[in-house]
Design a protein around this ligand. Structure first.
Ligand code: IDP
Ligand code: MG
Length: 138
């Protein structure tokens, strides 16, 4: 069986705050493999496809604007059960209540904005991972 892969994004807040290395180090320290990495400012079209499931929600436009506001680091990450494992490392969506010990719980906070700036994205299922890796890594 091929090793499972997931898409991790370090969002613009993580890159701007200089947390890229710390976040990637947590992934490596957990034992997952960084297969490929790229850094660029994503275009609206890519983000619209990536976040299609959220279209129409109140935070959708702020989310897209936020994600276009600077460079993102995209990582192809591999390992047995990495999809579930990275979601566990990341912590829950809302950084105020994300568990301490997680990326969002240790390094994130609520800034009182229309969208939660919560440092990272991780694919949430094998179907999402395949779709998102195709979008970001082609
Ligand atoms: P996830 O990143 O934990 O999987 P999703 O529900 O997929 O969370 O939402 C995508 C992103 O949209 C979140 O990471 C966060 O940045 C933002 N977001 C989600 N729900 C809300 C909300 O209720 N208010 C503000 N921002 C939100
Ligand atoms: Mg999600």
């Amino acid at each position: 069986m091929a090793t499972e892969e997931t898409l991790v994004l370090i969002k613009p807040d993580g890159v701007r705050r200089g947390l890229t290395g710390q976040i990637l180090a947590r992934i490596e320290a957990k034992g997952y493999e960084l297969v490929d990495l790229k850094k660029f400012t994503p275009a609206r079209g890519l983000l619209a496809e990536h976040y299609a499931e959220h279209e129409g929600k109140p935070f959708y436009e702020p989310l897209v604007e936020f994600m276009m506001s600077g460079d993102v680091v995209a990582a192809r990450v591999a390992g047995h059960r990495v999809i579930e494992g990275f979601r566990s490392l990341a912590g829950s969506t809302e950084p105020t209540t994300a568990a301490p010990g997680t990326i969002r719980g240790d390094l994130g906070r609520d800034w009182g904005l229309k969208v939660q700036q919560n440092l990272v994205h991780g694919s949430d299922s094998p179907e999402s991972a395949a779709r998102e890796l195709g979008l970001w890594f082609g």
